[in-house]
Design a protein around this ligand. Sequence first.
Ligand SMILES: [Zn+2]
Ligand SMILES: [Zn+2]
Length: 811
Amino acid sequence: MPQFCDVALPVPLDATFTYRIPEGLAEPCVGGRVIVPFREKRLCGVVNELHDREPRFTAKSVQRVLDATSALTPDLMELGRWIAQYYIAPIGEVFRTMLPLSAEFHRVVGYRITDKGFAALHAASTAGSSLRSRKDTSHQMLEYAVLNRLGDGEVVREPTLRSASGASRAVLQTLLRKKWIARLDLSDVRDATRTIQIASLRNAGGKFNSNQKTIITYLQGQKGLCATVDALRELGIPRSTLQTLVRRGAVELREEPAAFRVSGIKPRKLEFLFTPAQRAALQQITAAAEERKFLPMLLHGVTGSGKTAVYLSAMQAVLVKGRSAILLVPEIGLTPAVAADLHQVFGDQVAILHSALSDDERAEQWKRIRNRESHIVVGTRSAIFAPVPDLALIVVDEEHDHSYKQDETPRYHARDVAVMRAKMCNAAVVLGSATPSLETYYNALQGKYRLLELPERIEERPLPEVEIIDMRDEFQRTHKDTPLSRKLTEEIEERLERGEQVMVLLNRRGYSAFVLCRECGETIQCKNCSISMTYHKFEHRLVCHYCGYLRPAPTTCPKCRSEFVQYLGTGSEKLEHLLHSMFPQARIARLDRDTVRGRTDLERMLSALQTGEIDLLVGTQMIAKGHDIPNVTLVGVVGSDAALSFPDFRAAERTFQLLTQVAGRAGRGDVPGRVVLQTYFPDHYAIQFASAHDYRGFYEKEIRFRSWMHYPPFNAVSNILVRSEKLDEALTWSGILAKWFASARLDAVRVMGPAAAAIVRLKTEYRYHFLAKSASRERMNTVLRAMLEHAVKEKIPRTNLVVDVDALSLI
Ligand SMILES: [Zn+2]
Ligand SMILES: [Zn+2]
């Protein structure tokens, strides 16, 4: 047995740590988890290497081995190392992201009395009542209550200690400072397996009352004659009835792990009427998956061209061969209805991973995949790390979507990780979109990716006709400052009369965008961020959309006390009110992050739209994402081009994508769709090409701009952010790094900055940044690593320095 192991720990340090494997412990394995002491804590890490090289320091010992076989398979370990290298992320944090098993490691702290504490306790008891006679002794009394509870010398867990003594955290802190007690980390594994109760039918003979009969008939209707007790509860029959049936021996109850499936749903054969283009694409994808050779493909299909049908058929072809496939979808794409559809198609073979799962549920799904119970995985970003065996195909739906990039360490892009994973596994990978990112389309034209195209909608439906309304012109003619043009109003009216549905996009939530004082000119800013606060009328308060800080809506200016405060700008909440007053007979709903708190809200709203209970849906970009509602014949775009003035080189691309996607919601049924696009920039190429459904035209124009400016895909771009709650620290550290960049040998790397970030203060932190560009990723990686080393020497804490490789957001 090897003597030592190197463990990757979830700490912000670019290193692994060597531990001794003590005699008598189970043998750890590479890719398996162990519990080790680290500083004052116990941490759960992943074994990166086993060896016999004695380190120069005295290695501490591994305390516990959690996995007999590797939790991270060799191919996933390799992928993790690549991510750590490419994104300059600590390997332990990468592995933690890849393994959704944190729920099993339970953080617990305990306390023990020290010799000094014993002395104090002894002194207090001999001093007797004198203690109580002093003033302000409540804190002291609590201190002695803690010492008393610990008086037998045992270690006591924090919750037990606090409830027994009544002491707050602050009291424990004081005792720790006085060194009267010591803290111990007792964190350990707990059994995270949830169970569910299953009722199964034993004997259906005999006389039963009507409630009892309902249960028995229900169970008889289930294949396997069993159901979860939760399902029975939904019949609305009291639990006592079930218990009576158990007593009579008609029904038996037992506990099963929650991942247990009550009835085996078999995969269903898909029947699609494919267009020739769909058939051709499907044929190429399945052929590629069968070849066991790495082949990246871009499926560029216009909105409504039936990309999903192609993905599902290709995945089914993979499943039939007994191999595995992963489908990645954007954050919002995975509603319960989609999940239900997937269950229909793939039966119990599908595992679904989305952000609304609890840690325990995520761990369960992960275990099902690891145990080879599901070969099809559908999920958001982190599903790319699913431990499927024999991976044949990865599909990244809406590959341009920004939710694929993680905005915390490790800052990986799931699309790019998907391509790398496919390469390592000799699998096929399909990136699909109606509006591919410039990077992906460029790769396709360069021949790096194979280009598959679906240029037409299914069933020969036309793409919607787009009419541009110049809002400057509209104001000149009407002299009214209203968010809805006469044309859009008229078109909405027509649709409502015909019983058709309408969607209106306004990509800004809240009621008024900002609050301005007419006297001193002050806008009300968040106390944590350099951002104007947005007025929300329903809650009657101001909200910061970046940190969530709230304050009551003011009636006077907080600065000069003037009463002339004005609420300006229109958000989705105000537009909804306005539409209500204009079309009082219409049933109107709003879809944004204020009305959609959880997954069920989104589901409810989409199904109300589907069944025609809503005539008009107002919303932010959430309405643009993939929804397929056949009766929507008009899409109005009220505000979306504000983004064009953002200081971000991707502004035009983003606007083009949003407009094309939202336009794509119109005319997905029998009636052709129309789009009314209001804008203050009618001549901007992003608006022009989006209205002509001309992706290629947009690409040609935008790619020239990217080339001139040395932006992606021609150069890699990394954002280096220096942040601190103290302004002088942020400035000093930026200065140190600027000096280093100026003196270092940068070769083919260009560094701009430091400059104040577009939001100079965010969540109480001041932010300055550098932008690094290079045609050589390797060179850039080397320079950034050298910079981080220098930062360590200069004692700049790693957590105050963010390196974002392939940054998508420069705000
Ligand atoms: Zn004022
Ligand atoms: Zn804020």
